[in-house]
Design a protein around this ligand. Sequence first.
Ligand SMILES: CC(C)(COP(=O)(O)OP(=O)(O)OC[C@H]1O[C@@H](n2cnc3c(N)ncnc32)[C@H](O)[C@@H]1OP(=O)(O)O)[C@@H](O)C(=O)NCCC(=O)NCCSC(=O)c1ccc(O)cc1
Length: 150
Amino acid sequence: MTAADFVFERQELVRFGHCDPAGIVFYPRYFEMLNALVEDWISQGLGVDYAQLLGPRRVGLPSVRLVADFKRISRMGDVLRQRVAISRLGRTSLALNISFEGEDGQRVAFEQVLVCTSLETHKPQAFPDDLRAALEQCAAGVQAHDNKQQ
Ligand SMILES: CC(C)(COP(=O)(O)OP(=O)(O)OC[C@H]1O[C@@H](n2cnc3c(N)ncnc32)[C@H](O)[C@@H]1OP(=O)(O)O)[C@@H](O)C(=O)NCCC(=O)NCCSC(=O)c1ccc(O)cc1
């Protein structure tokens, strides 16, 4: 995964409330950071309001697969660079690679698969048109960038 593959990036400060008595990030807090990152990418990066999607539009994006590799510890006051890459866009599913990095290198690497569902039936359904168009545009941007590199 190179920098050109990432479609969304931001920084998050590690706070007191993220840490355990050992003074390092407690791993469930990383999953909360991951969830917030994906919500904000969809709303801010893709321009599809996540609260509207889950609320009035009744579209869910539950995770069906989530793998985490914890490579280095993080402490209060660290700034984590958080980056999202699309590894596969299917009919109803979206596979992501997500990286949290500190000054010493990668802290956590996630592989996540989300599935688009109806919150009425909790069954998989195709992505709504606006979300699919934004995801396709995002993935195509990375592709175009990759082609330029070659
Ligand atoms: C989501 C499901 C309805 C999908 O049903 P399935 O029977 O698996 O559907 P399908 O077999 O048709 O698969 C659907 C797609 O997912 C893909 N899929 C399904 N499982 C997997 C796994 N394990 N790996 C990769 N891809 C998968 C599959 O390949 C299909 O892809 P497409 O080709 O792109 O269509 C069902 O798996 C389910 O209900 N799982 C439980 C989900 C759950 O409870 N997750 C944890 C809680 S969700 C959560 O925390 C949350 C946080 C924040 C939010 O905003 C929303 C939810």
